[in-house]
Design a protein around this ligand. Structure first.
Ligand code: NAG
Ligand code: NAG
Length: 369
């Protein structure tokens, strides 16, 4: 793009200074800043080496060095919450896609204070709570175990039960997530830092919200007259679904005068923002590729011709139209149960139409050479 642009400029009267200006501009746009985050741990997989993760602040680097086993869990957990984020936004223009070998992980979208950033901060800190709590219970970590504080008898709507010794240690998960994830934002005092801290907390609490009682029955022939129970985390999908709903109802805020808290932008808002996601900046429409806004655009995205929702071709393609391809699809069919015990199927082929969004038209000035 730069080269074509440059050659166009050369027809003008003062080529050198203009080319120079554009060069500086391109440098400013593409020079990586220290925008990276602990999220990058997920991309490193098993090779977590604390000094090699750009964007860890000192406190995080110390925690990383002191607890390599926890970092391992956080890294594995990152793959899961990123997948959950992509699942929740699979039908949206912004789809939570990550950029390979990019330290910002999600691109520059996270430098903004948008609704999408709010969601990513919340689900990522929820993901850390989940990963660490689970690793504690599985005995994978030196520093924590499952929670044995609950002892003796208790009761629920089904009657009395005995506490088993091994509940999920969510409080440890929350404590560590808070220390590690929040460390970066605690060093800054601006609207974005406040917003991130708030949404991080929402994420941590979301996991706790879905703790449930799990029980094992004892007693004569499984009569369940005696039960041993413990508190366990629900599937991470519950947290994902919950935060996705919170994304829909996220609240726009502005920082108050003395910089210690928010004000809700909507004067008519009643109630508390405590358990709501908050954002400061409106989102771009994510229709076009705009790296500075962190938008990949929707060219080439698959859309649903008959849907009126966000996955519909009209909305997804931003009115640019779509291409249709007829593709062969292979499915299992005519499955028969074979005695005993297998299911045998045939491979059936049919043709389905796949619609993908058209690319945006190049602006006219790019075609002048
Ligand atoms: C998200 O959208 C981008 C750009 O439109 C596409 O390249 C990418 O494959 C999508 N990612 C996922 C996880 O669907
Ligand atoms: C497309 O959207 C329609 C209407 O919302 C829905 O019934 C259908 O299952 C969708 N098709 C696919 C392939 O997702």
């Amino acid at each position: 793009m730069g080269i074509r642009h440059g050659s166009k400029i050369q027809h003008h009267s003062k080529p050198i200074s203009k080319i120079y200006l554009i060069f500086i501009l391109l440098l400013l746009i593409f020079t990586p800043r220290v925008d990276s985050s602990w999220w990058y741990i997920g991309a490193l997989g098993a090779r977590v080496i604390c000094d090699n993760i750009p964007g860890l602040v000192n406190k995080q680097r110390q925690l990383c060095q002191r607890h390599p086993d926890l970092m391992q869990s956080i890294g594995e957990g990152a793959k899961e919450w990123i997948k959950e984020c992509q699942h929740q936004f699979r039908h949206h223009r912004w789809n939570c896609s990550t950029l390979d070998r990019d330290h910002t992980v999600f691109g520059r979208v996270m430098l903004r204070s948008s609704r999408e950033a709010a969601f990513v901060y919340a689900i990522s800190s929820a993901g850390v709570v989940y990963a660490i709590t689970r690793a504690c219970s599985q005995g994978e970590l030196k520093i924590c175990n499952c929670d044995g504080h609950k002892r003796g008898q208790a009761s629920d709507d089904k009657g009395n039960f005995d506490w088993g010794g091994c509940s999920d240690n969510i409080n440890y998960g929350i404590k560590f997530a808070k220390a590690f994830v929040d460390a970066r934002e605690r060093m800054v005092k601006d609207a974005r830092a406040l917003m991130n801290l708030h949404n991080n907390r929402c994420g941590r609490m979301a996991v706790k919200r879905f703790m449930k009682l799990e029980c094992k029955c004892h007693g004569v022939s499984g009569s369940c007259s005696l039960r041993t129970c413990w508190l366990a985390m629900s599937d991470f999908r519950r947290t994902g679904d919950y935060l996705r709903k919170k994304y829909n109802t996220a609240i726009e805020v502005t920082m108050n005068q003395d910089g210690t808290g928010f004000m809700v932008a909507d004067k008519d808002f009643q109630g508390s923002t405590k358990n709501e996601l908050v954002y400061v900046e409106n989102s771009p429409d994510y229709c076009l590729t705009d790296r500075s806004a962190g938008s990949l655009g929707t060219a080439g995205r698959v859309c649903n011709k008959s849907s009126r929702g966000t996955d519909g071709c009209e909305v997804m393609c931003c009115g640019r139209g779509y291409d249709t391809m007829r593709v062969k699809r292979v499915t299992k069919c005519e499955c028969k149960f074979k005695w005993c015990c297998a299911v045998e199927c045939k491979d059936c082929e049919d043709l389905v139409d796949v619609h993908t969004c058209k690319p945006h038209k190049r602006p006219d000035w790019l075609d002048i050479t």
